[in-house]
Design a protein around this ligand. Sequence first.
Ligand SMILES: [Zn+2]
Length: 124
Amino acid sequence: MTITRCIACGLRQYALSSTCRRCRAEIGISIVEIPLLNEGHLEHPSQSSLQFGQVLRRMRLRQGKTQALVAASGRLGRAHLSRIEANLSTPNLDTLLRILQALGADCLYVRLRKQPSDPAAEPM
Ligand SMILES: [Zn+2]
């Protein structure tokens, strides 16, 4: 029987169904949310509002991939990837996209939410 690893939660399991036994995600597909604003952003406006590092690290670990493997596949140095994961270095867009592709990403979603100040939110 085929053993597969859920890329959403990392659980290794027999490929018995199309959804993960633990997290119910569709096997082979994972959607990752990265909030644009976080708590630290308001206290330290100079800090980037995007803290990608720990998200990238979590995605990599859940897939059981080493930094060396992802760095090689994304064509960057392992030490550079290590600094990005630790939020010590901010990747440029090109590097970020190569890391995401090395982690298996094939699409980015942006969620828009109507704001109270948005004219479109006012009643007719
Ligand atoms: Zn899962």
